[in-house]
Design a protein around this ligand. Sequence first.
Ligand code: C2E
Ligand code: CA
Ligand code: CA
Length: 632
Amino acid sequence: MVDVLFDFKYVLTADVVALLLCIVVHFLLHSTYMAKKANLGIFKIANILVAISAVASVFYHYMIFGLREENIYRLYFCRALCYTLLISTYVCFCVYIRNLVEPSKRFKDIYSALIFGGLAIFTVVEFVGPYFKIGYYVDENIVLHQNYYTDPFRYAYVYYGILMAFMLIKYRKKFLPKMYRCIWSVIAVAVGLMAYQAEFLQTSYTVVSFTFPIIMVLFLFHYNSYDVKTGTLDNYAFEEYVEENKEKSFSMIFLSLPNISRETLQVFSEKFLRKNDSFFESSCCFRLQDNHMVLVYEKEKNKNEQQILDKMYQEFEKVREKSDFQIVMMDSNGYLLNSKEYITYCQYTEERMPMNSIKKCDDDLLSEFLKYKFIYLNLQDIDRKGNLNDYRVKVFCQPVLNIKMNTFSTAEALMRLEIPEVGMVFPDQFIGVAESENFIHTLSKIILNKTCQNIKHMEEEGFHIERVSVNFSVQELHLENFCDDIIEIIEKNGVAFDKIAIELTETRNEKDFLSMKKVIERLQVLGIKFYLDDFGTGYSNFERLIGLPIDIIKFDRSLTILASKNDESKFMVGSFSEIFKKADYQILFEGVEDERDEKQCINMNAQYLQGYKYSKPIPMENLKEFLEKPAV
Ligand code: C2E
Ligand code: CA
Ligand code: CA
């Protein structure tokens, strides 16, 4: 018997509880600081859908009990509405999970088609079902019938259950294990309740079972970001604030308290942050990281800004005993697009200001930062594309005088960037970021490639070039492919290995030292020469330096300057050069600017000289002017 007379039990309480729970969730959503990103909109819709379906469910059951012919269509409508809304809620859950796990575009499209296609079909079937006596209908004698096997809602329930479960299993790695277990447990409770009521011919608990996932999502993904202890909101809230107030102007005070304890931070916020009202009108404080906060206020509402700031300074003076601090103040502007960029701007400023100080960002600093931002974005792009001929990376070079031969037969390759938004950029503005963000190896490969191309061209034109040295960062030596990359580029360009030298800077690190030695030995066998760059600036440990198989030592410009200071210094620098000479190293002096420098360096065993006296760095194509063209 599949078609039974409708004999379901119903208690009103469950639907009322469902409705009230939705109302409570609604209040929570609007009076607390939820993590607004990640689907909050879809979540709100789901909550409203459940609330309306609870009401529809009450009406539908109410009509069953006093069923009259003129009410049949209203009954059909309320029932179809109730179940369609519940299916829509399910759809919201599926969309929510889809957005949460961020599947690939193709997969996302297929999944979306399944979700919304299903919704369209089930909605139609729910509404027209009774006319075709599918699942549920009232017969001519005004008697209700229910067919388990054709009830569309049951199929929809299973259909979306499968879609959701599939997504959860496929992307399980995206969830913390604890969270993941919680999700399944709550689903089990909801499904369990549905199974229980089916067993006992109940229809009361359908809607309320949909409130369980609602509560779960609320807690798991939109916990309240307000921290009562410090009176601050979290950084998602800051992200949202910046997004919402893009068009308005607001001001920010970033506080960095690097070594403050949790207790002091609480006392501090009691006194200062939470009593915002006595400072800024309608201000808000966000914590970005543990000891990093930002106070945001509206400029227009705080005409007495300076007065308040003075008062704040006093508070900071008190903090100073407990922790170092850095305070960065800035106004919103049209150039920075989101909270991340404001935070980066703040960090950029902090790196350029002393501890225990306050800095107000001005237009000059902003334009400097924007320049930095463009440089960063271009570096990132150059690294991502990995094009060894990238037009933005320019190879300059500085000829080096060989004293014995009195010719410029070697040179040092120096990098420049030419960025459309900024113009020519010098190494002091990008080598540091390129190193810390691991873009440096791509840049080095480009410079090496372009250097090889230039050498090849010059040789083809008949110029004599002995060797060009290229700068590498020590961190690159640790890359697994370092040697292979270098060999590949030189070979690909058809240049002899001995035309290339590698400049490295000395290092403090024992680990660096050992792997440096290995790499040098492997490449030296091929004929590549090695220079030790910037001798005299770092941590010089003779014993270790002598242990490195280096060909040429480059004395830093600071030593050239030092030597001309007084006799004592001259003696010291001279002794260094003696030691290296005795140990069979060749010596190059950097930063030779005039005749006096030149003489002095020659007296200190120099074999090579490099500096502005001979030439500033020039585009490598122009190196020809310094090279000899032996008659053929
Ligand atoms: P460095 O390797 O010590 O390069 C020499 C720097 O001294 C060059 O600055 C050069 O222009 C400058 N210089 C040369 N002669 C004189 C002089 O007579 N007087 C003075 N005051 N300066 C002189 P540049 O080109 O701005 O490069 C700065 C630093 O950036 C380089 O110092 C090097 O450490 C780094 N760098 C340059 N190109 C590259 C590269 O391709 N890769 C890596 N990793 N670092 C590079
Ligand atoms: Ca160098
Ligand atoms: Ca140098």
